[in-house]
Design a protein around this ligand. Structure first.
Ligand SMILES: *Cc1c(COP(=O)(O)O)cnc(C)c1O
Length: 481
């Protein structure tokens, strides 16, 4: 028995009076003896204590606030494994209902009682499933035509999220990227079509580009693709990566056509744990019709009073998020989602406009189409500035905010930007506090006599070592090579 536990012989010993709290935490091997639950709890809790408060983490897109009933419901389902459908058939039914609801938000034309879709851990899995389905459909068609099917490719803008790079590498499907430029800051349909050929399995426009918050113009792409497919005899489809936009557009811009109303959009993926307003991890993918979901990816269960088609890369996974999503649909309704998303959007626009008014900054795009945006340092200001946005990122961390600074993808990789994602849980008052902290930081930076290390490195056009913010949602330019 370790001395740590000997010291904790009776319940009166204060947790912080125990030897365990004065000893190093296990890092290599499992401890030989048990520790009392109060001490173990406190040690693990304390390990996470110096981190940012999740709601002050303005880097993430993922839900950091749910109401107490949602939280209670999800905690109560913590012991439920989604895959045990026989034991928890209502969870499977709830999943089917959520897929139906999401599919109908996206104007699914499918008449069947259960729409063709799948539950996922997040958009990453959902994108993979959409991509794999497109690949298998293409393969089957090529096989049937007696044509080679060993060189598939897909086309996406260079603003892709890292999952698409994984998709390309793991399934060995060539990723062809259309560069973004300052003038053309979303996917250019003509440039995308110029990259297509008989081996193109799909084109992937993004609604809510991770790097910029902007939306690719799916309607324009669909139109151009229709002409292209007619001319070439191909039938290249569209998979929309709507990780963010999938839950923004239906509520805030219902007339904009980006979804199944468009001819060539055959599948759409989204993150239920982003603006679906559910804690991680939850994603959805929906196909326009069952016929676009290859049979080899699906299996059917018939013991639910109806046929439910099941597709997924995972087997076991928590069921809690499904309860959370279904709760949110019931609790908020269309109107509630609209109000929550509108507030996020209004606060994002407010921050966007206020930051644009600050002397050092310029916003990247005057449009805010999702509740997130990026800005950069005006070149004329940068010329004489003794600081960079990396310094601002670090300064804001002192008051708990995480506002990431990063460089844009290929062609724009010398562009250092900062991004804010406004989510449910960010009030106007918090936005004002953040603006105050930014203004104070600038005032301090302007008093600097000497340039910061980051400034020196940036001026020398060096990589800002150790200062490049790494986060799964903001891959650095280097990480993407
Ligand atoms: C966040 C995001 C992903 C990955 O989604 P997860 O839900 O984090 O797995 C994919 N594509 C885009 C455009 C995203 O914003």
């Amino acid at each position: 028995m370790s001395t740590a536990d000997k010291k904790r012989v009776n319940i009166e010993t204060p947790v912080y009076g125990s030897t365990a709290m004065a000893s190093p935490a296990p890092t290599d091997t499992i401890p030989m003896e048990p520790t009392s639950p109060e001490i173990a709890y406190q040690m693990v809790k304390d390990e996470t204590y110096p981190q940012t408060q999740p709601r002050l983490n303005l880097a993430t897109f993922v839900t950091t606030y749910m109401d107490p009933y949602a939280t209670k419901l999800m905690n109560e389902a913590i012991d439920m494994n989604y895959i045990d459908e026989t034991e928890y058939p209502r969870v499977a039914v709830m999943t089917g209902r959520c897929i139906n609801i999401v599919a109908n938000l996206w104007h699914s034309p499918e008449k069947a009682q259960w729409k063709a879709g799948a539950l996922a851990i997040g958009s990453s899995e959902a994108c993979m499933l959409g991509g794999v389905a497109a690949w298998l459909r293409w393969r089957e068609k090529r096989k049937a035509q007696g044509k080679p099917y060993d060189k598939p490719n897909f086309v996406i803008s260079s603003g892709f999220q890292v999952v698409w790079e994984k998709f390309g590498q793991l399934w060995q499907i060539e990723m062809r990227t259309v560069p973004l430029t300052l003038e053309k800051n979303t996917l250019d349909p003509e440039a995308a079509l110029a990259m297509c050929d008989e081996n193109t399995i799909c084109i992937v426009p993004i609604q809510g580009v991770t790097w910029t918050g902007l939306n690719d113009d799916v309607e324009a792409l669909d139109k151009a693709l229709d002409v292209y497919n007619a001319k070439t005899g191909y039938d290249i489809p569209i998979h929309v990566d709507a990780a963010t936009g999938g839950y923004i557009l239906p509520f805030l811009n219902p007339d904009k056509k980006w979804d199944f109303r468009l001819k060539w959009v055959l599948s759409i993926s989204t993150s239920g744990h982003k603006f679906g307003l559910v804690y991680p991890g939850l994603g959805w993918v929906v196909w326009k019709d069952k016929k676009y979901l290859p049979g080899s990816m699906a299996f059917s269960v018939n013991y639910l009073g109806a046929n439910i088609t099941q597709v997924g890369l995972n087997f076991s996974r928590p069921a809690a998020q499904i309860l959370g999503q279904y709760y949110q649909f019931i609790r908020l309704g269309f109107q509630g989602y609209k109000e929550v998303q509108q507030n996020s959007m209004d606060i994002a626009k407010y921050l966007h406009d206020q930051l644009d008014k600050m002397a050092p900054f310029k916003v990247y795009s005057k449009d805010v189409v999702n509740p997130l945006f990026i800005w950069y340092m005006k070149p004329e200001y940068a010329k004489k500035a003794k600081w960079t946005l990396y310094d601002l990122q670090y300064k804001l961390q002192e008051s708990g905010w995480m506002v990431p600074a990063y460089t844009l993808p290929d062609n724009l990789e010398n562009f250092v930007v900062m991004r804010i994602v406004v989510r449910q849980g960010m009030s106007r008052d918090m936005a004002d506090m953040l603006l105050g902290d930014i203004a104070n930081a600038i005032a301090e930076f302007e008093k600097l006599e000497y340039p910061t290390q980051a400034r020196i490195a940036l001026d020398k056009n060096q990589k800002v070592v150790g200062k490049v913010f790494t986060h799964t949602h903001t891959p650095t330019a280097k990480a993407k090579k």
